[in-house]
Design a protein around this ligand. Structure first.
Ligand code: KIV
Length: 277
């Protein structure tokens, strides 16, 4: 992400994340999908903002992450990058490559990763998958585009799994995940998200890799943690998974504020003389 002629030194880079792992400093990651939220997150000091394809669920209301398109991701990414540029310009911005934007061929994956990087000057892209996409990760990183991996529960494969339950509880899947993590590191990824896997396995992966692991439902041993912003703010009252810690109940706060506004409009108490010209 270009912030004027020179990057501000405080801007979080892939190098900085590696240093944080080496020093045992935990990495904080949150999702954002728009300008206003990105500004707040950057001001609050989050290290990495992920423009997650969870936008498909929490922004667009789809049941899964599959329907979101590359152009929709670029729309969200552009707004988030602007929000970060407006504030301290500290947070690294990573964009999820959506379903079927990188699976068909290495060439298409590279074209799409390049499109994402060129159109709004973000810092990196994120791809889900292990050995199947290792070549693709190498191809993208070889041209200088930083890649974050994503293993464990991979929401783009939800129809294959058939449920959102914890992954890699059995030995074979756990061994495969460990092998996949090594391959994705070797392919050049600078970090890997580990979603919904047993804490013990996440601890082993974290110990064995030299790049940072970012956990979501993967326990406290990961080098960092990521959550969906809507979940920590309590914007979805129906969603209560064990791995989410709720820091606010904005669903209720917003509903209450809107009810008061509707009452004031209906009663004629808004706008007052002071609120008029
Ligand atoms: O899309 C997303 O929000 C994600 C995180 C939950 C890791 O991939």
């Amino acid at each position: 992400m270009n912030r004027g002629n020179q990057q501000k030194s405080a801007h979080v880079t892939t190098r900085r994340l590696l240093d944080m792992k080496e020093k045992g400093e935990k990495i904080s990651v949150l999702t954002a999908y728009d300008f206003t939220m990105a500004r707040i997150l950057d001001r609050a000091g989050v290290d990495v903002i992920l423009v997650g394809d969870s936008a498909s669920n929490v922004f667009s209301g789809h049941n899964t992450t599959l329907p979101i398109t590359i152009d929709e991701m670029i729309y969200h990414a552009r707004a988030v990058v602007k929000g970060v540029q407006t504030e301290t310009s500290r947070a690294m911005v990573v964009i999820d490559m959506p379903f079927m934007s990188y699976q068909l061929s290495g060439e298409e994956a590279l074209r799409n990763a390049g499109k994402i990087m060129k159109e709004h000057e973000c810092d990196a892209v994120k791809l889900e998958g292990g050995y199947v996409i290792a070549e693709t990760v190498k191809r993208i990183t070889d041209v200088g585009i930083p890649v974050m991996g994503h293993l464990g529960l991979m929401p783009q494969s939800i129809y294959k799994y058939g449920s959102y339950k914890v992954r890699a509880q059995e030995e074979r899947e756990a061994e495969q995940l460990l092998e996949d993590a090594r391959l994705i590191e070797e392919a050049g990824a600078f970090a890997i998200v580990l979603e919904k896997i047993p804490s013990k396995l996440a601890e082993t992966v974290t110990r064995q890799l030299s790049i940072p692991t970012i956990g979501i439902g993967a326990g406290g041993s990961c080098d960092g943690q990521v959550l969906v912003i809507n979940d920590i703010l309590g914007l979805n009252r129906e969603f209560h998974p064990r791995f989410v810690r709720r820091y606010a109940d904005l669903d209720a706060v917003i509903e209450n504020a809107v009810m008061r506004y509707v009452d004031d409009v209906r009663s004629g108490s808004f706008p007052s003389a002071d609120e008029s010209y």
